[in-house]
Design a binder for this molecule. Structure first.
Ligand SMILES: Cc1cc2nc3c(=O)[nH]c(=O)nc-3n(C[C@H](O)[C@H](O)[C@H](O)COP(=O)(O)OP(=O)(O)OC[C@H]3O[C@@H](n4cnc5c(N)ncnc54)[C@H](O)[C@@H]3O)c2cc1C
Length: 384
């Protein structure tokens, strides 16, 4: 009997997994090399995900979602984690996990119909713009300003490292609406493409996640209607923080599956590579290395599933999510590194997928709040 993945998932979840996996195997995996080379995937992919009802798993049917729930979305992230391109998983994931949630949770009915509906169908691509050149960890330090003039905000500033930034039809931007007040003076504004004063500064070249489009965005006297503000003025910081746990779980869930794939690549290589007249897989040092890699993946998976379960039950689990994010992303980095080592010189070559897994893994400890910040959160949660 096959050991079930987790008690978290029902037979219906596993059936859904099978559908997503077949789609990924047929329509994503074969194109990954080309999209990585081109440093972007086609925006039509959003439409394809939308047509398969994969962009609104947590959202109600009224907006085109399926209302399937958080565990189905977790399954989607797991399967994207296995697609062979961190960039594809990041682009789709950023749209689903970080850019649309503020619109759903804090947008008015009119705003949801205007932006969330087309985002769920894949006709509209969304991005979240929080990080600035002057800093990503210290969010309260946001320097972009949105000065109110009647029914308009005049937005000035620069956002950096924004996933989907080049192709986005809208960016949910965190900006300062009150000069004083630190994190109390920030608001969330939806800035639509073609708004005068909004330009893509440059598309950024990256170590990994190459198939995702990552941009610097510039706002120069950009006039944003007050009607485009999500929620109340000066409550933007709380709105961004509200989605942190899901954002970090997304990164953790993806990292566990990426690590699992690196483990499988290493096992396959070790089973076929012969040195000193025997396969690598028969050598004790390699066998133990692989056993340790499998252990690291399983430990990360259990911590991640525990946090996912707590979150799915509506339990406050800041500490558990932070731990899962550290465990999963650091396991991903370590396992990819060991897997590359097992490949020897071939692992260093571009035609071997492990080199990309190794490059893609490195973002995990940096994105969605660095692992240093995660450790600080854990220490605080421990009342240190
Ligand atoms: C490929 C990619 C995609 C991204 N996508 C998005 C996106 O879509 N939207 C978005 O808004 N942002 C995005 N980011 C930004 C990402 O969230 C930030 O890079 C991250 O939060 C870190 O911010 P920073 O780069 O300014 O580093 P810094 O905050 O300058 O940190 C530099 C180093 O100092 C450490 N450090 C900082 N403060 C402390 C402290 N108090 N204690 C201990 N150590 C500390 C950090 O851990 C880190 O190691 C993306 C980044 C990348 C690379």
């Amino acid at each position: 009997m096959t050991v079930p993945r987790s008690v978290l998932f029902s037979p219906e979840h596993e059936e859904f997994r099978g559908t997503v996996r077949r789609f990924v195997d047929k329509e994503i995996r074969p194109n990954v090399e080309q999209w990585e080379e081109e440093e972007q995937f086609p925006r039509e992919l959003f439409l394809r995900f939308g047509s398969l009802d994969l962009l609104g798993l947590q959202y109600p049917e009224a907006y085109g979602g399926t209302g399937a729930g958080i565990l189905y979305e977790a399954v989607l992230f797991e399967e994207l984690g296995r697609c062979g391109s961190g960039g594809v998983a990041a682009g789709i994931g950023a749209h689903v996990a970080i850019a649309t949630p503020p619109i759903f949770h804090f947008g008015s009915e009119e705003q949801r119909r205007r932006w969330l509906k087309p985002a769920i169908s894949g006709h509209l691509v969304a991005a979240l713009g929080v990080t600035e050149p002057s800093g990503g960890s210290d969010i309260a330090h946001v320097e972009s300003t949105a000065r109110r003039e009647g029914d308009t905000y005049i937005l000035n500033g620069t956002k950096i490292f924004i996933t989907n930034g080049v192709h986005a039809d809208l960016v949910v931007v965190l900006a300062r609406t009150t000069p004083e007040g630190g994190h109390h003076g920030l608001s969330l504004l939806v800035v639509e493409k073609n708004t005068p004063g909004f330009t893509v500064g440059r598309k950024l070249k990256k170590l990994g996640w190459r198939a995702s489009d990552t941009a610097e965005l510039v706002f120069q006297d950009c006039r944003v209607p007050v009607a485009n503000r999500l929620g109340k003025e000066n409550e933007g910081f709380q709105m961004v923080v509200a989605n942190f746990q899901w954002e970090r779980l997304w990164i953790a869930i993806m990292a566990v599956e990426e690590a699992q794939r690196s483990l499988e690549l290493a096992m396959e290589y070790a089973a076929n590579r012969v040195q000193f007249g025997k396969t690598l897989a028969s050598m004790p040092v390699i066998r133990h290395k692989i056993a340790d890699m499998a252990l690291a993946v399983q430990q990360a998976r259990h911590l991640t599933y525990h946090a996912l379960w707590l979150h799915s039950q509506g339990v406050r689990c800041t500490k558990e999510v932070s731990m899962a994010k550290i465990a999963a992303t650091e396991a991903d980095v370590r396992v990819a590194d060991q897997a590359l080592q097992i490949h020897g010189g071939y692992g260093y070559m571009m035609e071997y997928p492990i080199q990309r897994a190794w490059r893609d893994a490195r973002l995990g400890p940096i994105g969605a709040g660095t692992n240093e910040i995660m450790r600080e959160i854990i220490a605080k949660e421990l009342d240190l």
